[in-house]
Structures are given as C-alpha cells and as structure tokens.
Design a protein around this ligand. Sequence first.
Ligand code: AVJ
Length: 350
Amino acid sequence: MGGSQRQGRLLQDNRFSLFELNTDRHLESLASEVRAGLTATPKRIPCRFFYDEAGSQIFEEICELPEYYLTRAESAILRDRAQDVAQRFSLPISLVELGSGSSTKTRILIEALLREYDSLSYIPIDISPSALEASAPQLLDDYKHLEIRAIAGEYQDGLRWIRSETQRPKLILWLGSSIGNLDRPGAESFVSNLRTGMNLEDRLLLGIDLRKDREALESAYDDSSGVTARFNRNLLMRINRELGGHFDPEAFDFQATYDEVAGNVVSQLRSRRDQTVRIANLDLDVAFEAGEMIHTENSFKYSRAEIDALARCTGFAVEEHWLDAKNRFSVNLFAPIRPNGPPRLQTEGS
Ligand code: AVJ
C-alpha cells in the first residue's frame, strides 16, 4: 500500500488505485454545512450528505423501487446505445464517471468499450470511498483488461484531478440525472467547467430525467414503501452518528413536491411538533416549530429545449439525444465545440 501524498490516501495494487482527496476534511465540511444549514431560514441540509455507507445502501434500494423508473429507463437506453458510443473513439479511452456509486449501469459501457478496445482505464469519482472500494473488486474480477483509478472526493476535486491526469481521449459519464441536484445556473456553470477540461475528441454522456406529470414524479420521489423517506431520515441519523446530534428521526415527516413551473422535485423533512434538537459536537441547539421544513434535495427535470440550451451555453453540441421506450428519461451525448467554430460532429467513418 503506497504512503499518503498530496492530501490524500492512496490504496494501490497493479490494476486498482483509490485516491482519497481531502477526505480528512469530510467531517469538517459536514459540521460546517450542517451548522450553516440548520441556522439558516429556511433550514437545509445539502443532499451530498445522503451518501454515507448507510445512505449509499438505501439509494441502491431506491433504484429497485417500482416507482423509481429512472435507473431502469436509463439502463435500457445504455443497453441499446453503448456500442454506438464505444465506436465513436479511434483509440483506447479513459472512462471517467462522476458519482459512480455502485457502477452497475457503468458495466454496460465497460463491456461495450472492452469489445472495441483491448484495454480500458476507468476513473470513477465518488464522494463515498466505501462505495468505490465496494464496487472495484467485482469489476476487476469480471474484466481482466480493466484498470481502475478511483477518486474519492467532491466533483470539483475530481475535475481538477482529471484535467491533470489523462493523456487518452475521455468519455465522461454523468448518469442517473445527478445533474438534477444542481439548479439550472449551477448545472450550467458545472457543465461549462467540465468543458474546460475536455478536448474536441472527448465526449460527455449525460443522463437527464425529463419533465413529466406531477403524479409520476411525486411517487418516484416519495415511494409507497417509504424507502425515500428512510433515505432522507438517514441524514438526521448521520448527524446523530457523526456530530453527536440528538435527532428523533420519527419526529420528522418526509414529503416530495413537484414544482411544475421550475421543473423541480423538492424534497423536505417536516417537523411533527415544536422541538429543540441538540447537536453536541457543534454545541448547537436547533429549535423547530411544528410544520417547519428542512430542505434536503432538489431534483430538476429537463425538456428537450432545456437540454439544447444547456449544451449551447456550455460549449457543446447535442450529438445524440436518446430516449427510453416511454419517453421518460434521456441519455445525451455532448460533443465539445470549438469556442467560436462549428461543432465537429462525429459523422460515419470520420
Ligand atoms: C442520485 C441525485 C440522481 O435525484 O433522482 C433518488 C437521488 N433522491 N430518490 C435523484 C434520489 C430521491 C437521485 N440522484
């Protein structure tokens, strides 16, 4: 096992490395963001704190829920289109994934790429080191020509790292409609930032959930078996575990509401009664009134026009816009365009 370098811890053997960026600051940022969020009006807890070990496992359960169509819809598109994507490169590539989680969907692309090229370098970036360490051994077992260079850290850290690291053409994956956690200006600036780390032969594959009827969205985000409610209450339990909080998760109800105008599913925890919760490590007592909300997540949905606008104003052309059979979810292949030139779209045999 290699020593620590550059504010990170490196775990390495010949086909696997896990580089933990600034993980020592994770607890610090949890503490400062929880203090800022629970002393703000309205109260909020950032959704990236969903993904501790327990939260990552609950999210895997969500992906199996009948109401949560996103994962199945996206996987169906990837199964149909993965080979097409893999054939768009002329050289072995680096497959970079933002928010890789369990890498279940990624296997579809890994298999397609290993059918085209005899080696593949996979760079998963995820806030949860445990998710990265959990998924790697099986991938390495199943794919002998795969090397994994995992990065545990925030997206921004990962982007900086990618820019400095790879010589190969890059296919960057941002699946699952994780872009939806950013508001529209936030998504624009993040995708622009991605663009600055890309060359013209690189591609960005973006999974984006589409605007649709309220009923379908509210049941996807507030399922009848209460798994998503548990996912949200786990945030309170995480504060109890890591910051000495005294939350009673059952003293909060969960709700997901679709704001049709904004195209955003807003997730919140609502206090069932007047209560004061002590968070010992922050020496903080947080007062809640009955009915008071804690904002936990935004999940923005897109129309085709909004996807085109996102590409246009971030330096990309939409090379492909693929939909599932029920037109509920989209997978988009974004091609970088020259700053002030026509897009260099991939045409047959180019
Ligand atoms: C992982 C952010 C894409 O917003 O759909 C699932 C997380 N939240 N159910 C989403 C989530 C509630 C999911 N993302």
